[in-house]
Write a new protein. Sequence first.
Length: 366
Amino acid sequence: MARPSQIHIDLAALVANYRLACSLAPKSKTMAIIKANAYGHGAISCAQALRNDAPVFGVASIEEALQLRQAGIKQPILLLEGCFTADELPLIAQQQLWLMVENSRQVDMICTADCAVPLQTWIKIDTGMHRLGLSPAQVPRLFQRLLQSGNVASSITFATHFARADETDNDFTQRQIRCFQQAIKAFNCPTSLANSAAILAWPEAHADWNRAGFMLYGVSPLNHVTKACLQLQPVMELTSKIISLRQVESGDGVGYGQQWIASRPSTIATIAIGYGDGYPRNAPDETPVLIRGQRANLAGRVSMDMITVDVSHISTVAIGDPVILWGKQLSVNEVAKACGTIGYELLTRITSRVPSHNYPSGFHTS
């Protein structure tokens, strides 16, 4: 018998979310961002599911790109952080990867590289995120250097990244858009501004290329619900099962440190999932799970391999009952909020000891 904690991946939902992103910006081309193992969903299987739809994939590093190439993915792949060392450039050219350029050191490496073919290059402009990107003042000189080097293709794409696009009531995104437009006004080049949040909420940011990431996995990045958000279909369901049940008396404590104290005679279920699987150790007692279609809350600290849940209100609960930690019926965003983090972190932190099962359509939990 295998340990019951499992990940279920609905690949049909992934494709539906990608097509939703395309429909929200029909004049743009949409890149599928599958960095960090496709946000924990399996980069190879997600790329294979999207290969007939997505014209380009985006990843963080050459290692992630080569994994996709080795799996037979032929589409262009953009390295969102660019190259880290000059010795990567010949391989980038050989593998026909696209390259983000975000600092003058990367420009120097490209201009002095010995590349068999010109590199398809994107230039990132820092419009206020202050994480990566050339300053607007650097753009004209470094753009010309790249073109004159002979090592880049003539069609350079300009890109930026938004710091607060998830905050739909904040005007900083509009300020970044204006900064970007000012920086590129002298050039006639393709552009890319919109991440998932901007695809959903900032149509003025839709450009030649949009970059769909978090929304592909069926979770909203926005700070409030929109009509488009309601159409997203969660791709991952994290499940386990009850492996033990016990009765505790009023005043009894549960788990390490006896953090949770029973206020009445209670039924406690032990579930096979813990921080060794990537479930957040800091999850408080209010964190919800679903058992027999009913919500129940954690009772006590998360252990390495187990959590404990108060199921006193659920009738006929039994050992072996399935438990949903998050998925279509319980948003990972809600769980993340209870834990003081974001859905991005929870999706990407699940460890390799939790087996993942891909389904072409729908979840198949038991």
